[in-house]
Design a protein around this ligand. Structure first.
Ligand code: SF4
Length: 145
């Protein structure tokens, strides 16, 4: 009787967990999908730079030319203030859950990684992006919190 009750409870927990995971975008739960979509954004939409802490003169120069602004102006347009950048509590939870479930090698400190990278989810290209990066499709009005 006790084992039937235990199986019922663990089944209910598992179903609840699966329901929760289903509500999350695939890329937040599957690193391969995430990288595929991110690489597409890099190749087709100039997502970057690789290390936003560097000067990246060439990268920002290209963005400045495209947007017809100065490099200093271009640097103000980043994922962190893009309208496609989703940082709702539910989305951040999805990202954290995905990492903790083994989505990425940093599972033990998912929250720290999310905070350090200012991670969010790109609604346009469907991948986890870092707040300090940008892409050609940047749009004013974000983030969505
Ligand atoms: S669309 Fe916005 S959030 Fe997505 S990669 Fe480009 S700048 Fe970042």
């Amino acid at each position: 009787m006790a084992s039937a009750k235990k199986a019922f409870i663990s089944g209910a927990i598992r179903r609840e967990y699966e329901k929760k995971m289903k509500a999350c975008p695939v890329a937040t739960q599957d690193v391969h999908v995430n990288l595929e979509n991110r690489n597409h954004a890099i190749k087709e939409y100039g997502y970057g730079p690789l290390n936003p802490n560097e000067q990246n003169r060439k990268f920002w120069g290209k963005k400045a030319d495209m947007w017809d602004v100065s490099p200093a102006e271009a640097k103000k347009s980043r994922c962190g203030n893009c309208a496609a950048f989703i940082q709702t509590p539910q989305m951040l939870q999805c990202i954290e859950n995905g990492m903790e479930a083994g989505d990425e090698p940093h599972e033990s400190n998912a929250k720290d990684v999310i905070e350090a990278s200012n991670l969010g989810y790109c609604e346009f290209f469907h991948f986890k992006c870092a707040g300090d990066r940008t892409c050609d499709a940047w749009i004013v009005g974000g983030p969505v919190k």
